[in-house]
Design a protein around this ligand. Structure first.
Ligand SMILES: Cc1cc2nc3c(=O)[nH]c(=O)nc-3n(C[C@H](O)[C@H](O)[C@H](O)COP(=O)(O)OP(=O)(O)OC[C@H]3O[C@@H](n4cnc5c(N)ncnc54)[C@H](O)[C@@H]3O)c2cc1C
Length: 509
């Protein structure tokens, strides 16, 4: 078995650590921040508790698989509650539409505002199911960097695989697929928002990502009691039980290579730690650019243009009143999605009339706020950081835009007067706290009809013994994918280590 150094203690790093330790490797995890969990961080103030990053948990089977590696039951570590409705949607024209947790109920709610989209929704979900199934078989649970990795063409190319490949609809975008199925602009806007989970534009993302709709509708939206923060806490507990050496407060400045192979980690304080293999949970582009450098970085950057996904502004608002018309998860939609996506993804400017996502977790767990209060989390997607973006200067005006939007479209006219605690996270904060690429929340954008879904693979093609885990590596961002990425990095590393054990035993020396 190997000694393994993991750089970064986000969900990807923690999932890799637990999986590797469960398989018998000696694991050391180095995290620059004082807490583990990365973006799944916590803010507590004045009796309010806010999850600072992810709030919508889907596909808990990925977490289950990580815990199962160690023979544990997820239910012994996390109390998960299924939410219905999954989202409540508020529109500029006053419409309120719930995305219900069961497909039949969701169809009925859609039919109530747009009767002839009832069949279109069924058709869309049939496509989504097919795409989710193809993703599961060809794309998930293994290291993939491009089409060649998805399948062994010679061995698998038969009529049924060909049908699968055609079903990927490589000539179509997410928006194009939804437009074929759905006539009503409000329903389209709701379904297009699944792609916001990967911080990309529905107008540029490949149709295969419509599979996300099935992953959510089929498997549900879940809330861990204690908040999303309970997820990294559960993983940390498991890692400790499995003997992982957890070192928060340790900044890594370099991956040392010898003869093209990763052999050691150098910390910012000058310590040199030798390992057989290394997993980086730091942003994949920044891993090559800043930790590895040289020819490996040149080769990585030449491969493909790597565009950051969107960033965002989050307002954490402790209120002295509750808004009972909110569900746990809410979207307050922009008046014009094309204007919104054009601003964020094409022009690189904050949208003038944005979509705001609101989490009101007191609906499920009243203890997040003092009695009668509300711990609101408001996220608005913004472009990734451009050189002229100065959020210290831009924030006051954009905060106004967001609060006005909530007052106007979500029936929260007195919101500003009811704020007793207010904190904010800007794209610059996201960039600095988590050391991501240009403030990107969700790693790399999924734009491009053919290659949009592909990210850097989990086994480095540039550096032997280096593996990538996290939202900017395969299979992509969001909690379930970042966790799966950690599992794949660990599984790939384990396969390499056990296949080549005798030949590679000198690597740690
Ligand atoms: C505001 C916001 C809202 C979101 N909402 C959702 C949501 O509702 N649902 C969902 O599924 N996803 C959501 N996401 C995305 C989700 O949080 C991420 O995809 C996921 O948490 C990424 O995990 P990760 O392991 O890739 O990276 P991270 O959480 O970024 O962890 C990487 C870790 O590496 C550390 N690190 C980096 N460089 C070094 C170094 N050189 N040395 C030591 N440590 C280093 C960082 O400090 C960090 O802790 C949201 C994200 C944000 C920011």
């Amino acid at each position: 078995m190997s000694t393994v150094g993991i750089i970064g203690g986000g969900l990807g790093g923690l999932a890799a650590a637990c999986t590797l330790a469960a398989r018998g490797h000696r694991v050391t995890l180095l995290e620059k921040n004082a807490w583990l969990g990365g973006k799944a961080a916590l803010l507590e103030e004045g009796g309010f508790r806010f999850d600072m990053g992810p709030t919508i948990l889907t596909m808990p089977r990925v977490l289950e698989r990580v815990f199962a590696e160690a023979g544990r039951r997820l239910g012994d570590y996390l109390d998960l509650v299924r939410l219905d409705p999954q989202w409540r949607c508020f529109y500029d024209d006053g419409t309120v539409l719930d995305l219900r947790g069961e497909e039949r109920a969701a169809r009925e709610a859609i039919a109530a505002i747009s009767p002839h989209d009832s069949k279109g929704f069924d058709d869309f979900m049939a496509v989504a199911r097919r795409l989710a199934d193809v993703s599961d078989r060809f794309f998930f649970w293994k290291s993939v960097e491009d089409l060649r990795d998805t399948m062994n063409v010679r061995a698998n190319m038969n009529l049924s695989t060909l049908a699968d490949v055609l079903s990927l609809r490589m000539h179509r975008t997410v928006a194009g697929q939804i437009k074929r199925n759905i006539a009503d602009a409000r329903v389209r806007q709701m379904l297009e928002h699944f792609i916001q989970y990967v911080g990309s534009s529905p107008l540029g993302a490949p149709a295969v990502l419509c599979g996300i709709a099935q992953m959510q509708m089929g498997e549900g939206v879940w809330y861990p009691m204690g908040g999303t923060r309970a997820v990294p806490l559960a993983l940390t507990r498991l890692a400790e039980e499995l003997g992982v050496d957890l070192r928060p407060g340790t900044d890594v400045s370099r991956i040392e290579t010898e003869g093209g192979r990763a052999v050691a980690i150098r910390t910012a304080s000058g310590e040199r730690l030798a390992f057989d293999r290394i997993v980086s949970n730091m942003d994949s582009v920044r891993t090559y650019r800043e930790l590895v450098g040289g020819a490996a970085w040149e080769s990585f950057r030449k491969g493909r243009r790597r565009e950051p996904a969107c960033s965002g502004v989050v307002l954490y608002l402790g209120l002295d009143r509750a808004y009972d018309h909110l569900a746990h998860h809410n979207f307050v939609f922009s008046r014009d999605p094309e204007e919104e996506f054009g601003a964020i993804y094409d022009r690189g400017e904050p949208a003038p009339d944005p979509t705001a996502y609101i989490a009101a977790p007191a609906r499920t767990e009243p203890a997040v706020a003092p009695p009668g209060g509300e711990a609101l989390y408001v996220l608005v997607h913004t472009p990734y950081l451009r050189p002229h973006h100065d959020w210290a200067r831009m924030l006051p005006a954009y905060r106004r835009v967001i609060l006005d939007k909530l007052a106007r479209t979500a029936g929260m006219a007195d919101l500003e007067e009811r704020i007793v605690v207010e904190r904010v996270l800007t794209p610059q904060d996201i960039h600095d706290r988590y050391r991501v690429l240009d403030g990107a929340i969700y790693g790399l954008a999924s734009h491009g009809k053919v290659l949009g879904a592909f990210k850097p693979g989990n086994r480095s093609r540039q550096v032997a013994g280096l593996y990538l885990a996290g939202g900017s590596a395969h299979p992509g961002p969001g909690m379930p994918m970042a966790l799966m990425s950690g599992w794949i990095a660990a599984d790939t590393l384990h396969a390499d280590a056990t296949r080549n054990a005798p030949a590679e035993s000198h690597a740690a020396e």
